[in-house]
Design a protein around this ligand. Structure first.
Ligand code: AVJ
Ligand code: FE
Length: 444
């Protein structure tokens, strides 16, 4: 059908684009030794991520969806994230970079071949088969973001080009926070053709009124928390947070260093002053929570974040993005590794939600106070290990995507999660608080 031809073209272009991105983060950037090395026990060797996306594509597209013949079933176990925790991947008999490149190319040729015959659409739009293509595209982009975190941890001379501005960097004035009135909204999605199982199904959530900041917390505010002794005052920290603080000895975000009376940071092999106006990055959940308590605020819950991002008070509908249902343009959000950093906090007024909340999408992942779990009616698809095995296990939800997130993996419903001690990811936060009892009540 014409619909399927259109989908085929779009999918082929997405596959091509993400592979170019992956090559730019691996074979094009580093020599064999650096690709096979472990730059941090928290991360995989880059060539593991690279071959893992090829193997995932073989398993889920070629074998499971298209019913094709296996290419390298013998390496499945090497690239199984559950069989092999990150710290041990360096000692596996991994494909060498050249072998991995040839393997990924071979899988891709078979996938493009299967795409010609794939039943991409059903009566309602993208078929379950078609979804697997979207899933594979997103999965590779997610690993590209993970590879960027590895690049950030890597020591040595810079290898990634730091390109131009992400978009409009002006920060037009506006209120610091907005009131979101009490009442129901639709959380999650049933119909979005890109949504992972954990974003489904759409369901109604009733929330009390709350206030939420219109921008993420910036480096200047976090430096003020440090200067106020925030890292040394147990009042602001949860019990688990204080344990992390004392055991880790950390007193500043990852990659920050003191230089006389100012903060400098390492960014992809270059050193620069910490830009005060940039959203703070590389803080863990515990640091975000402590900063919020010190500021007399709290982190938003995941539902509050999503209501602030998607709910349109004029229609009562939930949008796909804060600015509407259409995909992100360069003026809406800083996504897709356009440059290696966030835009200033408060930028992108064109990307604001109906209530005027900015930068919910892109720039930095935002910690929420919610423990990752399934929505009511959750069904694992296509496999339990994407989401379900992480439920109710202390992983905290992060929302919105970072500057490193591709637009195919950023939307108002997208859910990320990590352990509360992790900060190698591009993570920041925004502040929220309860509304006063006499404000933001819902009309009867
Ligand atoms: C959603 C980022 C937590 O990296 O563990 C990649 C994404 N899942 N391959 C992860 C994922 C399978 C996942 N996160
Ligand atoms: Fe993966």
């Amino acid at each position: 059908t014409a619909e399927e031809d259109r989908l085929r073209e779009r999918i082929a272009a997405d596959l091509e684009q993400v592979r170019r991105r992956s090559e730019g983060l691996t074979v094009a950037a580093l020599d064999e030794g650096e690709l096979l090395a472990q730059h941090s026990p928290l991360m995989s060797p880059l060539v593991w991520d690279y071959a893992h996306v090829g193997n995932y594509e073989e398993q889920w597209l070629l074998r499971a969806a298209a019913g094709g013949e296996a290419i390298r079933p013998d390496i499945d176990v090497l690239y199984d994230a559950f069989e092999n925790p990150r710290a041990g991947r360096v000692s596996l008999p991994l494909l060498r970079p050249e072998e991995a490149r040839a393997y990924n190319a071979r899988v891709r040729r078979a996938v493009l071949d299967s795409l010609e015959r794939a039943p991409l659409a059903d009566g309602e739009g993208l078929s379950a088969h078609g979804f697997v293509y979207n899933m594979v595209v997103q999965h590779e982009h997610q690993h590209d973001e993970t590879m960027l975190a590895t690049h950030q941890l890597r020591k040595g001379a810079p290898v990634l080009p730091d390109t131009g501005p992400a978009g409009p960097d002006e920060v037009p004035p506006g209120p610091d926070e907005v009131l979101v009135e009490a009442g129901p909204f639709t959380m999650g999605t049933t119909a979005d053709p890109w949504a992972y199982d954990n974003e489904r199904p759409a369901h109604t959530v009733h929330l009390p009124a709350f206030r939420i900041a219109t921008r993420p917390v910036d480096n200047a505010a976090h430096a003020a928390f440090i200067d106020a002794g925030g890292y040394d005052d147990p009042r602001w920290w949860s019990e688990a947070g204080w344990r992390w603080r004392t055991e880790s000895g950390k007193r500043a975000p990852a990659f920050w260093f003191r230089d006389g009376d100012r903060w400098i940071r390492r960014r992809f092999g270059r050193v620069e002053p910490v830009p005060p106006e940039e959203p703070v990055q590389h803080v863990c959940f515990h640091e975000a929570q402590a900063h919020a308590r010190w500021a007399g605020r709290r982190l938003p819950t995941e539902a509050e974040w999503e209501k602030a991002a998607r709910w349109d008070p004029a229609t009562g509908r939930s949008r796909r993005f804060p600015w509407g249902d259409g995909g992100p343009g360069p003026d809406h959000a800083n996504l897709g590794q356009r440059r290696l950093r966030p835009a200033p906090a408060g930028a992108f007024p064109a990307g604001a939600s109906p209530l005027g909340v900015r930068q919910l999408i892109g720039d930095v992942w935002e910690w929420t106070s919610t423990v990752f779990d399934g929505y009511p009616g959750f069904t694992a698809f296509p496999y339990r290990e994407y989401s379900e095995v992480f439920f109710a296990d202390g992983y905290r939800v992060l929302r919105g995507g970072s500057w490193a997130t591709d637009p195919t993996a950023a939307r108002g419903t997208f859910r990320n999660w990590d352990l509360p001690v992790r900060r190698q990811i591009f993570s920041g936060f925004r502040l929220a608080r309860d509304a006063a009892p006499d404000e933001g009540g819902v009309a009867p």
